[in-house]
Design a protein around this ligand. Structure first.
Ligand code: CTP
Length: 409
């Protein structure tokens, strides 16, 4: 994923002495892919696990270890603390968290942590017994109460052979968390339902009718909404994507299943975005066992599925924003306009799925955004996360307008 909020940011990465220190090297690369400027501070113990030279070569910035290193360039700990948009301690040992919780400043990293006014994210990684120890848990509680962010480690086998909570999280999760901390919470508390992916309409236990939707656009919307602090409900068709952290996921295979979940959730939502490629038809009958290859021709009778979006449009509340997608192969704007009107939407995102780099399966999208008053906004080709950001900018504005209007009336 490509997070615009990380572009050009100065990230101070503190590495402490856990076996997971080598994973910090991967984190540097991932942050650089996001065009962040990474400055590494290592504790003396971290240098036992991975060399400062590796971190310096990767980050392309001087690595700080020693408080009183006269040979290095003059960027002192106060300056380092000041220049950071965020400080990420990954991996964070029980020891560095204990120091931060008690205000101990006896090396470069702990001193920077005491001196900074920037947000700080700790990513603990340690033996499960050390993690669950009351002292560590007490320190984490103190840190959280003081406004520090502490990412919950993962559960599973750790380097020492034991299993439990204490594993260093996936680097993607850390990058998401950093983006989330730095993002403006423009949709805090707003309840958003997003549907994503294809549906499968089975005609025997092993065969179905479907479409090539990957779910990427819907998942990008869910992720972007979460970054903005929304309370996100993602109804997902069968896709092979990892849901973004902190999102409520409802799995639906068929259009009927998606219909059921959407109907239940919709009344309590502020913004609804149907990005799923819902199958319009389903086989009338589902054979109880696999259809055998005995006949030269087989005919499958299809019946229409409910149009979920059209139904939500009929029941739309006065303070609800309803957004649809239109996947088209011809007459893009004309067809999309018709759907916007017929389904009683506030906005429709029109997608020419025949264009290279647009629509099904791609990471990028080129769309036109159509408003109720006839305005058509041409969005240049960009990543689906950026398209999602643009849609959410508009949706947030529309919601605020509807709320204002209902206050006036
Ligand atoms: N949609 C829906 N339920 C359906 C079919 C579509 O909720 N049974 C939603 C989609 O999620 C999308 C919008 O309606 O937001 C338009 O979907 P699209 O497939 O482009 O259009 P259809 O309404 O199915 O019309 P057609 O297939 O004739 O183009």
């Amino acid at each position: 994923m490509n997070y615009r909020v990380l572009r050009g940011k100065t990230i101070v990465l503190g590495v402490s002495g856990s076996i997971a220190a080598y994973r910090a090297a991967d984190l540097i690369r991932r942050l650089q892919e996001q065009e962040s400027d990474v400055h590494v501070i290592m504790t003396k113990n971290a240098c036992q696990f991975i060399t400062p030279l590796t971190m310096q070569a990767l980050s392309q910035n001087p690595v700080r270890v020693d408080m009183f290193d006269l040979s290095s360039e003059r960027i002192g700990h106060i300056e380092t603390a000041r220049m950071a948009d965020i400080i990420v301690v990954a991996p964070a040992t029980a020891n560095i968290m204990a120091k931060a919780a008690s205000g101990i400043a006896d090396d470069y990293l702990s001193t920077v942590l005491l001196a900074t006014k920037s947000p700080v994210l700790f990513c603990p990684a340690m033996n499960p017994a050390m993690y669950s120890n009351v002292a560590t848990q007490g320190n984490i509680k103190i840190l959280r109460e003081r406004g520090f962010h502490v990412l919950e480690p993962e559960t599973g086998p750790v380097a020492c052979g034991e299993a439990g909570r204490g594993r260093f999280p996936a680097v993607d999760r850390i990058v998401f968390e950093i983006a989330s901390i730095l993002s403006e919470k423009s949709l805090a508390g707003v309840r958003i339902m997003v549907s994503a992916g294809p549906t499968r309409e089975f005609f025997d236990p092993v065969r179905f009718i479907s479409n090539p939707s990957s779910g990427k656009m819907g998942y990008a919307l869910a992720e972007a909404a979460r970054l903005r602090g929304a309370n996100v409900h993602l109804i997902s068709g069968p896709v092979s994507l990892e849901p973004p952290p902190g999102v409520n996921v409802y799995k639906a295979v068929s259009a009927l299943e998606m219909h059921e979940v959407a109907r239940n959730l919709a009344p309590s939502m502020d913004i609804i975005i149907m990005a799923a490629a819902v199958g319009d038809y389903r086989p009338k009958k589902v054979a109880p066992s696999k259809i055998k290859k005995k006949l030269a021709n087989v005919q499958i009778e299809l019946v229409q599925n409910p149009d979920i979006l059209a139904e939500l449009g009929k029941e739309k509340g006065s303070q609800q924003v309803l957004i649809g997608f239109a996947a088209e192969t011809t007459k893009l704007v004309e067809h999309a306009k018709e759907k916007l009107r017929k389904k009683n939407l506030d906005l429709i995102i029109a997608n020419d799925v025949t264009k290279p780099g647009s629509g099904f399966c791609y990471d990028t999208n080129q769309v036109k955004i159509l408003y109720r008053d006839g305005v058509v906004e041409d969005v240049p080709p960009m990543s689906k996360l950026r398209v999602a950001d643009r849609i959410l900018d508009i949706a947030g504005k529309m919601l605020a307008e509807k709320r204002d209007e209902s206050k006036r009336n």
